[in-house]
Unconditional design. Structure first.
Length: 380
């Protein structure tokens, strides 16, 4: 068979093999060492090591989100994952550029939220600065070197070349999220070993990083085949996948694997709050929307009073993650009164598909949609 013929044959097997100059590229399970080509999406604030361990033990790639963890907590959670599973796991970080504080913009934002803040007894001018979300840095790399995780993933692009080189030197496979074909090509060219194609349906923060125009954002099943054709690394489909039918559709469109997050939000291993769980049970009635009110970056969550009254998108919100100072204080005050109406209730568009079952049961359902040829023999 000619090299051109080999390439066509490889691409026709629904992601089983892709070819680069006639040589078969690794499948996702071969690359990350799991039995299942399934990744549990890292979900900062609603999960910790317990969910990552449960998913890893069940044969998929469990993920530990570290974007909101202080160094001591990160060290503790990493140790818990390493002790809890013999299988591969993923450690996730944000790699955004920290903005310079803008006092005038912050004052305008607090004035904008003033009525709601005062409703909960808060003085807009007296809210202290919060910890925010820190990007991946040298200190985080130092912690990783002591653990040497098999997989490290990033959101909002990739870290600086020197930091990425440190991660690669640990032997880690590097994943990152793309929301456009241009972002996917950029990630491939700058060192990503596999790419998460994040459709517009996905819950939580958009991974957009080569601009801020939401008009460029596409649904998964429009984005996925374009990315799969554009890059020669495994592509992981993310956004709205909560069952076997969604998994099967993703593989039919060229995915090498799938990533699911919202599907795990009601699992007992997740740290999803009682208020968030209650809102998920009303997902059909609430619906979801993209909002920048809580952090300054667009993210998808269940619609609540905050989104209805202030947005959901408001240009006045300070840059990520600075918007979280005032909105975080408002959230805490409302939650203290038993209300989630000012909380970021992150969830994807298919949130009604959440089930209150163990993580292993969620994975069993997702695995039914994986083509048999893509299941690793023996796993880990």
């Amino acid at each position: 068979m000619t090299q051109r013929g080999i390439g066509r044959a490889g691409n026709a097997i629904n992601g089983r093999y892709r070819f680069v100059t006639g040589i078969a590229m690794k499948t996702l399970t071969e690359l990350i060492g799991t039995a299942l080509p399934i990744v549990q999406a890292p979900m900062a604030g609603v999960q910790g090591s317990a969910l990552a361990v449960a998913v890893s033990q069940a044969g998929a790639l469990g993920s530990l989100p570290c974007a909101m963890l202080a160094p001591a907590a990160m060290r503790e959670e990493l140790a818990a994952v390493r002790a809890g599973t013999r299988g591969p796991f993923n450690v996730n970080f944000f790699c955004h550029a920290q903005p310079e504080p803008d006092a005038a913009r912050e004052r305008r934002w607090r004035h904008r939220l003033g009525p709601a803040l005062r409703e909960f007894g808060l003085d807009p001018a007296a809210i202290p600065e919060g910890p925010g979300r820190q990007p991946f840095d040298e200190a985080a790399a130092d912690l990783l070197e002591a653990v040497r995780p098999p997989v490290v993933s990033f959101h909002f692009g990739l870290p600086a070349a020197g930091l990425l080189a440190r991660v690669k030197a640990m032997g880690a496979v590097v994943l990152s999220s793309a929301t456009t074909v241009d972002e996917a090509r950029w990630l491939r060219d700058h060192g990503a070993d596999a790419i998460v194609a994040q459709g517009l349906e996905a819950g939580g923060h958009r991974g957009i990083f080569l601009g801020n125009d939401l008009a460029t954002q596409q649904g998964l099943f429009a984005l996925l085949p374009q990315v799969a054709r554009a890059v020669d690394v495994p592509v992981i489909a993310a956004g709205g996948i909560v069952d076997a039918a969604g998994v099967a559709a993703a593989f039919a469109l060229g995915a090498a694997g799938v990533q699911a997050g919202t599907a795990f939000l009601l699992c007992p291993e997740a740290k999803t709050s009682a208020l968030h769980r209650a809102a998920l049970r009303e997902a059909d009635a609430r619906g979801t929307a993209l909002t920048n009110l809580f952090t300054g970056r667009p993210a998808r969550g269940l619609v609540n009073r905050m989104m209805r009254e202030y947005g959901p998108i408001d240009a006045a919100a300070p840059a990520f993650p600075l918007a979280g100072t005032a909105s975080g204080a408002l959230r805490a005050a409302a939650e203290a009164r038993g209300s989630g109406e000012f909380s970021p209730l992150w969830a994807g568009q298919n949130a009604a598909g959440c089930r209150e079952v163990a993580a292993a049961e969620v994975l069993a359902e997702l695995a039914r949609g994986v083509p048999p040829g893509l299941l690793a023999r023996g796993g880990h």
